[in-house]
Ligand binder design. Sequence first.
Ligand code: 6MZ
Length: 368
Amino acid sequence: METQTSEAEKEMREWCVALPKVELHAHLNGSVRNSTLLELAKELGDKGAIVLEDVKDVIMKNDRCLPECVRLFDLFHILTTDHDTVTRIAKEVVGDFAAENVVYLEIRTTPKNNEAKGITKRSYMNAVVKGHKSVEDVDALLNNEKLSCTPMSDLGGDTKRKKIYVRLLLSIDRHETTSAALDTVNLAMEMKDQGVIGIDLSGNPVVGEWETYLPALEHAKELGIPTTIHCGEVPNRKEIQAMLDFCPQRLGHVCCLDDEEWKKLKSSVIPVEICLTSNVMTGGTPSLERHHFADLYNAKHPLSICTDDCGLFSTSLSNEYYLACNSSGLSKTELFRLAQGAVEFVFADDEVKKSLRAVFERAAAERL
Ligand code: 6MZ
């Protein structure tokens, strides 16, 4: 019986990997491989800039509560903040998503100034774009290049080159001032022809005030740049109301809503980026079984399954689909429709959507 279960699990996990997938909520620095972080830590340790043993423990231990995540991000930023390293992680992260048949990736990152290292928000982003351009063994489509109607076998096969659309969202961090947030929106506008297509608001949810970022988010709206907002990672009535009233194109997480807010969210039909493992680990939801995914899914609310920080939470998009299926008892057909539905919420233009729809139609014809 045990063998049967593990066989069934194995088959389902493989199916989730082969499924073409759309990733809409992934933070660059949260998606770095542990092996890369350890290698970078060793280099800095050799230079005497950090104590390797301390850092190693922090990277490898399992505590991923919210305060611990914030501490880890501070550490990751020490390890990854120079142009060459940013380029390296940007390249690796795209390769890793493509390897598990993600066909469209919106990767988000916070443009960073670091005067001591000669880094500006613009040069940081140039380093990210350089990384995306140097992805090897994968066709990374960064601008308006076309993704041909690729059959599922091409997407899943080991021997053929994978194809992945890559688009960028610039994150405003909740520590930032209004003026810094406005700089990020203006940078997004300047970098439109380099695959930047949206703005995100993220960072430590217990820091900062909504009013600080609102002018920048309004500015993005005026410029026609889509926004997605981390909402309700912790209970904060006033802020959650304001975020729902702002009506961004998408919302991330939405864990700690009260009855009134759930009603408001559902009637808004704003698509939600669901991050199962992240929400359980950071305590936004008590367990997978009690995650709001099932309620929103049953209410037919627009949803997309995402990883948030696949490095930090040791997960993958395929694993998140597997967990969604396991915790809510979805069939393969339902899971497929869920993956396919995410195409409608991408920030990329209609041309891209059209080719992604074709990818899923082909996959459906071949497999279901
Ligand atoms: C809020 C998060 C986050 O931008 O340096 N970030 N913000 N909630 C989360 N849930 C766990 N996960 C990641 O990527 C790391 C940054 O993304 C945001 C934080 O601001 C973090 O510093 P980048 O590439």
